[in-house]
Design a protein. Structure first.
Length: 231
């Protein structure tokens, strides 16, 4: 059977990519898939304080070392290529590719850094990883005003590279919504022919927020399981 595998990216930073990736991993682990998490580049890391890498590792069941989850970590909260230059590091694309290949045959959730055109080294952007690995994309976006443009641009870029899109996940990043939320999901479905999940409601409670992301993404995991059972 083919394992479930997704690449989680976003239209911007701070839109909920890590929460979405953790939800997918926890749902897969709950289903007995023993998923692998992979976040090749993490910025804004503080030594000694658990970050995105540890969150993904725990969500997937913590079945292996965090070294298998992450290749490069940088302290500056900047694009990986910029943060690496400030630390005098030259990231190796080949090293990231090898770490990805080491996860062959596993259910997998990969989380990118920022949006599709965030540079990860001097020659590559996040979208180059997406296009090279050709995993179905889960595109996380803000639910409200402005998201039609940001999602449309991201979907156009993915289509130009012939990358499949599994779903767009809308996430309410602020307590107060706006009237556009009522129409955005349906317009995105009609205009782009893509599955739209959410919007995930906003809440300050971390436990409740995890549950809401899991609820929004559960149909994607169920569909993957149904596909496997139908093979």
């Amino acid at each position: 059977m083919t394992p479930a595998r997704w690449f989680v990216t976003g239209t911007d930073t701070g839109v909920g990519k890590t929460e979405a990736a953790c939800a997918l991993l926890s749902l897969l682990a709950e289903a007995g898939a023993r998923p692998a998490a992979f976040k090749p580049y993490e910025s804004g890391w503080t030594p000694g304080i658990p970050g995105d890498t540890e969150a993904l590792w725990r969500a997937g069941g913590a079945t292996e070392s965090t070294q298998a989850v992450n290749v490069y970590r940088f302290r500056a909260p900047l694009a990986p290529a910029v943060a690496a230059a400030k630390e005098g590091v030259t990231p190796s694309f080949a090293r990231v590719e090898q770490a990805y290949r080491d996860l062959d045959g596993r259910s997998l959730v990969v989380e990118g850094a920022g949006g599709l055109f965030v540079p990860v080294d001097e020659a590559h952007d996040v979208i180059d990883l997406v296009a090279r690995w050709r995993l179905p994309v889960v595109l996380v976006a803000r639910a409200g005003l402005g998201t039609l443009n940001h999602v449309g641009l991201s979907l156009a870029a993915l289509a130009a590279r012939e990358v499949p899109v599994a779903a767009v996940l809308l996430n309410r990043t602020r307590r107060a919504g706006d009237p556009s939320e009522r129409d955005n999901a349906e317009l995105l479905r009609r205009r782009h022919g893509v599955q739209v999940l959410g919007p995930v409601p906003h809440t300050a409670d971390a436990h409740r927020r995890r549950s809401l992301f899991r609820r929004a993404l559960a149909p994607l995991v169920r569909a993957a399981g149904d596909t496997e059972r139908g093979r």
